[in-house]
Design a protein around this ligand. Structure first.
Ligand code: SAM
Length: 243
């Protein structure tokens, strides 16, 4: 089957449910203060990941609000898959010394998307930049995540992604690491000490192997996301390296 392309229509991409104009307005408003602790933690996670690759592919970078220029500069070539044209333009403006090559593959559109991705970018380290937790509808979630692990076996790849989101502010925001198999309740207790927590489940908890890092990203004063980090290097296939 021919690979699915990212939407080319300008209007459609600007209003994507994950990202788009609303996301850029929030970034403008909250990036300097409210987002700072999460961005600092994301930089720590990225710094701890040392893929032996000269090329990097970022899936869903938006304008790179959670990415650091110093880390990106480690790579000789950076490709991106980002359907939002404003995000791509802002990405170039935010990191003027770097060159980003935009591709068109939509790796979420079908269960064989991960296989198409692996084929199209055989030498790249691959970073899913807070996109998996928003893109997977419940229709092909399990199948897609299974296909991802098979397609990227033996590859250098990492992801930070939403696990749950809630309107209850966390009591604690310090990042933690849990071994595979830790129950969600235990992870949530590290951040929210409340008797009952109402959450939106992003369908990603516990699906990837290895130790997992967790941190909270308060996107707005009323919307808080538990974000997970998993990273894999070619030499230690299934061990993640949270910092
Ligand atoms: C929450 S934002 C990511 C945050 C971003 N990494 C940052 O540092 O600010 C999710 C991004 O995924 C992008 N996206 C949506 N559909 C996509 C797809 N099919 N492939 C790649 N990226 C996609 C959105 O346009 C949006 O920019």
């Amino acid at each position: 089957m021919a690979p699915t392309q990212l939407p080319a229509g300008r209007a459609a991409s600007l209003w994507l449910h994950s990202g788009g104009l609303i996301y850029h307005v929030r970034a403008l408003r909250y990036r300097q203060r409210l987002w700072r602790p999460f961005c600092t933690q994301a930089a720590r996670w990225l710094d701890s990941w040392h893929p032996p690759a000269q090329k990097l592919l970022i899936v869903g970078p938006s304008a790179g609000y959670t990415l650091s220029g110093a880390w990106l500069a480690r790579f000789q070539r950076i490709d991106v898959l980002e359907p939002d044209p404003l995000a791509r333009w802002l990405l170039g403006r935010r990191f003027p010394r770097l060159q980003f090559h935009a591709g068109t593959l939509d790796c979420f559109a079908a269960p064989d998307g991960p296989a198409q991705l692996a084929l199209a970018y055989p030498d790249h380290a691959i970073l899913f930049a807070n996109v998996i937790g928003q893109m997977l509808g419940d229709t092909h979630e399990t199948e897609w995540l299974g296909a991802l692990q098979i397609a990227l076996r033996g590859r250098n790849w990492a992801t930070y992604h939403d696990v749950i989101s809630t309107d209850t502010p966390p009591a604690c925001t310090r990042a933690v690491t849990h071994a595979a198999g830790a129950p969600l309740e235990e992870v949530l207790r590290d951040f929210w000490q409340v008797a009952a927590l109402s959450v939106h489940d992003h369908g990603t908890f516990g699906v990837l192997p290895g130790d997992t890092g967790y941190a909270v990203w308060s996107i707005t004063p009323h919307q808080h996301h538990l974000v997970a980090w998993n990273a894999y290097c070619m030499m230690d296939e299934w061990s993640s390296a949270p910092a």
